[in-house]
Design a protein around this ligand. Sequence first.
Ligand SMILES: *Cc1c(COP(=O)(O)O)cnc(C)c1O
Length: 420
Amino acid sequence: MQFSADEQFALELDREDPGFRDRFHIPLGKDGRPVIYFAGNSLGLMPKAAREIVDLELESWAKFGVDAHHAAGTPWYTYHEQFREPLARLVGARPNEVVCMNSLTVNLHLMMSTFYRPTKTRFKILMEDPAFPSDTYAIKTQIVQRGLDPKGALVLARPREGEFTVRTEAIVDLIEKHCDELAVVVIGALNFFTGQFYDVPAIAAAARKHGVIVGIDLAHAIGNVPLSMHDWDVDFAVWCSYKYLNAGPGAVGGAFVHERHATNTKLPRLAGWFGNDPNTRFRLHLEPEFVPVASADAWQISNPPIFSMAPLRASLSIFDEAGGMQPLRAKSTKLTGYLEFLLNEIGSDKFTIITPRDPNARGAQLSILAQKQPKDLHNKLIAAGVKCDFREPNVIRVAPAPLYNTFHDVWRFAEILRAA
Ligand SMILES: *Cc1c(COP(=O)(O)O)cnc(C)c1O
């Protein structure tokens, strides 16, 4: 697409495709104008319908008490089940492979408790570096839990000297090199820092060829890029729902377990009553034996937190209304491409875009490495009504979200950056 730096061009694109901005509350800046909200990769904006849906559940509690588990409009007993299909569409899975539960790091631990089964010879875990700190803590402590030392058990894939992103070949080479000792590969599909979208199918194929389990962190990928967890033959995946999924702070996340494992009720796992077959779940004292459901639900431990799940309904219905990830990705590629175009126009001596230039190797986010006084620059952006985030030591992450950001947001951002 041919872009133009003319303001009218941005306004015209917004007229052609207004998106779903009117479904969201856009925070206002000090001047009373909506801020340029490019922080949807940290906390997505609030769908206006969220309040009503949470109110509905509070109302059910008030009206029915314990009976709401069965009498509420959407009965609480099976509340999590309504998310199966919409989430399966977003991650590219079959409904029985998906469960809405917990938060991301908790789910990573739950998955590792099943899938990390180190032996004397096969005990290593491969990750990317830098990974999100919480993932690193989880994986290191998983290793220590099994009486092993992360020094010998953790293999890290790093960018080459002078580069910012990890090449797929580097990951594949490490898998080949350690193939007999690797137990699990854990990669964030979309790196939180650089915005790099990894070639997940290539990584998964390389690992699976050697019988290595593949776990994918979808924190920055779900709701951002189209995914095919099932067809890419990933073993498990985990995500949170408060970034591009706009389900609110600490929203309930989810997990994907490939069908070949999800239907295997013999797998070791950390169990609780909501992973039990729903038909015998309530025969508490009569049947002390855990009978796992033959689906991803078997990893669910506790009963679902209804009030934290409710906003996800508002959010997922907007994704469905938008026609799913394909049209959103098309818009997102254009928005982020426009941002890249305008940044190129400003010139590259003051900053470097460390996110891959290939649109297929990134999502919505561009990470801008500021050469000089990066904190100062970030403060100027904030003062001018931009909400984006700063990562030490010198990277500003901006993520125009296709559901609610506009081309004019991108245009204004570039003007503000130029002036700063
Ligand atoms: C945001 C994010 C998390 C957050 O973890 P929670 O357990 O939901 O707090 C974890 N990993 C990655 C890669 C993230 O981007």
